[in-house]
Write a protein that binds this ligand. Structure first.
Ligand code: CP
Length: 342
C-alpha cells in the first residue's frame, strides 16, 4: 500500500492555527490531549522548562505543593509513569501515596469508584490513575472532586507521555512546527501513539504512522479523516522513514495481541524493526524515540536504542519535569518562582 496523504479538515486547520487562548481556563483534569488548546500545551512545556531547572539544583525540593496529597492508583504495571509522578510530587513538596490494585481492597471485590471515593475521603487532591479499560479515568473524573490525571487507559490515551514526547522534541530541535515525526510499530494497541498524535499535530508537526495493516486501527485505514491533521499512513517502513526528523518506535504489545495479527515476532521484526540500516533512510542525525518499555531486538535494535541518535533516556528524565508541570498547573499554580524550601 502506498503512503496515503490525508486532506485537512477545516475544523482541524482552525484548531491548529488557533490564536493564543488563556491557558488552563477552568481545566480540572488531564485525560487526553484532544481537548487541549495549543496554548495549553505550550504552557505545560514552558512550565516543564522551569521544572527542569528545579531538578538541576543540588537540593531538588521546592514547597510549591506543600500540603497537597497526590495519589497514584495503577491497575496495570508501570515503572516510568508511576515513579516519575511520585518523584515529581515529592520534589514539589507534596505527599505522594502509591496504591496498587493488588495491594488494595480491589482484591476483596471493591469497585474502582469505591476505592477512589475512599482515597478522596482520605484527602487526595490529585489522583493519577492507569487502568486497562479505555475511558475509566473519565468515569472517575466525572464522579470525584479530585483532579484526575490519566496515566494510561487501555489502548486509548496516555497524555502525560504525549506531552513529554513533545517536550523532548521541542527541547532538542527548538521547535515542533514543521518537524516530521514517523511513528512505527504496533499503532493499533498504542495509547502513546494516540496521545502523541494530538500533541504533535496541535503544535504543527507532520506525523507519519507506519504499521502492518493488522496493527493499524481499521477505522483509520477506512476513513483517515478521523485522524488529526497532518497525518499520513504508510504500510512499508521504507516509505515512512524518508525525511523523518524523529523516528519513534512503539513497543509490540505482546499482552494485547489476540493471535493472528502478525505472522511471527521474527517476521514482524524483519519487516518493521528499527535497525541502524533503516535509520539511515531518515534525515541525517534523526532522533530516535521510544516510550518504553522496549523489546530490544524486536521493534528496535539494541545499537539503535542506545546509540548516539537515541533520546530515549532523555524522554524518561523529561517525564519527571512534565509531570511536575502538570501537578503544579492542576493545583492552580501561576507564574510563581520556585523558591528553594526553607
Ligand atoms: N511509557 C510508559 O508508560 O512506561 P511505563 O509503563 O513504565 O509507565
Amino acid at each position: 500500500m502506498a503512503a496515503v496523504e490525508l486532506r485537512p479538515r477545516e475544523s482541524d486547520v482552525a484548531r491548529a492555527t488557533e490564536a493564543v487562548v488563556p491557558a488552563w481556563p477552568g481545566r480540572r483534569h488531564v485525560l487526553e490531549l484532544d481537548d487541549f488548546s495549543p496554548a495549553e500545551i505550550v504552557q505545560v512545556l514552558d512550565t516543564a522548562v522551569a521544572m527542569k531547572e528545579v531538578l538541576s539544583r543540588p537540593i531538588k525540593k521546592v514547597p510549591a505543593l506543600r500540603g497537597k496529597t497526590i495519589v497514584t492508583m495503577f491497575y496495570e504495571p508501570s515503572t516510568r509513569t508511576r515513579v516519575s509522578v511520585e518523584v515529581a510530587a515529592k520534589v514539589l513538596g507534596a505527599d505522594a501515596v502509591n496504591v496498587t490494585a493488588s495491594g488494595s481492597s480491589v482484591t476483596k471485590g471493591e469497585s474502582l469508584l469505591d476505592t477512589l471515593r475512599t482515597l478522596q475521603a482520605i484527602g487526595a487532591d490529585i489522583v493519577v490513575m492507569r487502568h486497562p479499560q479505555s475511558g475509566a479515568p473519565w468515569v472517575v473524573a466525572s464522579r470525584l472532586d479530585s483532579a484526575v490525571i490519566n496515566g494510561g487507559d487501555g489502548w486509548h490515551a496516555h497524555p502525560t507521555q504525549g506531552l513529554l514526547d513533545v517536550f523532548t522534541i521541542r527541547e532538542r530541535l527548538g521547535r515542533v512546527a514543521g518537524v516530521r515525526v514517523t511513528i512505527v510499530g504496533d499503532v493499533l494497541h498504542s495509547r502513546v501513539a494516540r496521545s502523541a498524535l494530538w500533541g504533535l499535530t496541535k503544535l504543527g508537526a507532520q506525523v507519519t504512522l507506519c504499521a502492518p495493516p493488522t496493527l493499524m486501527p481499521r477505522d483509520w485505514l477506512l476513513d483517515p479523516c478521523g485522524l488529526p491533521w497532518p497525518v499520513r499512513i504508510a504500510e512499508r517502513i521504507d516509505d515512512a522513514l524518508g525525511d523523518a526528523d524523529i523516528v519513534m518506535a512503539l513497543r509490540l504489545q505482546h499482552e494485547r495481541q489476540h493471535g493472528g495479527l502478525i505472522p511471527s515476532i521474527r517476521e514482524y521484526s524483519r519487516l518493521y524493526g528499527l535497525t541502524s540500516d533503516r535509520l539511515k533512510l531518515a534525515r541525517p542525525g534523526a532522533l530516535v524515540m521510544h516510550p518504553g518499555p522496549m523489546n530490544e531486538g524486536v521493534e528496535i535494535a539494541p545499537d539503535v536504542a542506545h546509540g548516539i541518535q537515541s533520546v530515549i533516556k532523555e524522554q524518561v528524565t523529561n517525564g519527571v519535569a512534565v509531570r511536575m508541570a502538570l501537578l503544579y498547573l492542576l493545583s492552580g499554580g501561576g507564574a510563581a518562582p520556585f523558591e528553594d524550601e526553607d
